[in-house]
Design a binder for this molecule. Sequence first.
Ligand code: PEP
Ligand code: MG
Length: 590
Amino acid sequence: MGSTDRKEQIMRGIPASPGIAIGLVHRMVFDEPDVMPRKLAPSEVPQELGRFDKALDQTRAAIERSRERALDVAGVAVGKIFDAHLLILADEVFHDQVRARITREQFDAEYIIYDSFGQMIEVISKSAGEIFRERAMDLRDVRTRLLRFLRGEGDFIPDHPTHEVILVAEDLSPTQALNLDRELVHGIATDIGGLTSHTAILARSLDIPTIVGMGDISGKVQDGDSIILNGNSGKVILNPTEASFVEYKEKRERFRSFQRYLEDIKNQPAMTLDGREIQLWGNIELPREAESVLSHGGTGVGLFRSEFLFLTRETTPTEDEQFGMYDRAAEIMAPNPVVIRTFDLGGDKYHAGINIHNEKNPFLGYRAIRVSLSRRDLFRSQLRAILRASARGNVRVMFPFVSGFEELREAKAVLEEAKHELNQRKIAFDPNLPVGIMVEIPSAAIMADRLAEECAFFSIGTNDLIQYTTATDRANEQVASYYRSYHPAVLRMIDMTIKAGDKKGVHVGICGELGGSPAATPLLVGMGMTEISMTSAMIPEIKKIIRSLTYEECVRMARKALRMDTSQEIMTYMQRELKKRFADLPIWFS
Ligand code: PEP
Ligand code: MG
């Protein structure tokens, strides 16, 4: 069935990466090798075990190369996908099982690997939910690379298009997605996946308009079909009419000019029409991401999540290693500030070097500053590293998960010990290193007026503040609808914290996801927030909003929202207000 005899058809999915693409379909399949068992002679077993070990080494090296490439072209979030692949490959228990099966069953390594991975994939695929589906895809991706090395075929080369296309697939494996040619692939549509799926993360990093979770688009198209994809709205038009082509070419042009506008204001201040300047900063997990903050027009790092230095390795990082990382971030950002948050391990972030018992309520348990205060060795070494970086760059330290004065004072006492140790070693540091806390536990927000007396700054962590204010586990999909970012109680906590800080002359910023949410910007500005830290990619849009409003308007909107009863009311109100003013923002660009 060719495209010419087909009618225009509209399909919808989840918009995962913005932009509009118009072109021809190229279907991409995940090409997994077929494997038939080959019986070995007993004498062949040792050689087969050797082949397995060699393929493991080759695959590890290949995944490490992918990881490096991911970090270079797509950033840390994508790098982490390949960290997960390295962990799959490093599983010693799995290696032992494969070796034991080759020895016992006397089948070739390809078959044993194919089958052993297959059993894991089958078990995981039976579980519902995105995380399990992704995990199954990760296993298939690693298995394919391993099998190809065993067969001497070299690394997995995805079936690349050779002309400009819009890719349609059931799903893309991380290796496939990483190797896409940005020049040729103008858009991606997949049957499965959600906003945080690997394909979505990769597509956003590579800046390719993408829609995921389309159901069965791959079964409905053929190579060469005409297609329009709107990554802003989630709409796909198959076999578009002439009128649709005209409409979407125009939309594409408007969107491109919006992007050019964002590029133009990159180096302009985030200043309201009546002259109030807001600092827009970026959140980072590794030093190299500071470059992305700058390239998006950010003027500081409001949250360096230092626990990521732990999460990509099995041992704990040394003081020197940490100093190198903090110093690097400060050097990239200089003379702008870098706020280093001390380790926030626990909750859902574990590390082999930290003894966290199986807890019934990890988010209410041994987490963040609580871990630091009971592991003084690690804490002091981190504080020494931060202090050393403060001698050379504009660095600030921030304690997470502070519930009140007890932890703040205790943490500051440990900081004094770290200073004393450096003095003894005659190592320089900034004696006035600014010390702040995250306000992410309701008790800290309630005590903010008093805590402000002993802090240089506050940064509101809405991700946790929402979780603890509404008693909703932020990682539990089952109760996701109760996790209300615009809950009036959350807004009141934010308002209270800003007012408390203002009274004592303490700088108040925000570093939770709400900071990167366009509908929240006028509210935050209107409540008096002067620094907003977010995922770098959101900085230009948030800047556009700030530059298009007066502070007075923002104050009015915030006051009105603070009088509302439900998050739904507040969200509807803000969306209406923004839609009136910003018809061209990508989220409303349908
Ligand atoms: C927060 O809680 O809002 C925050 C920024 O910290 P994290 O997401 O790392 O807990
Ligand atoms: Mg937090």
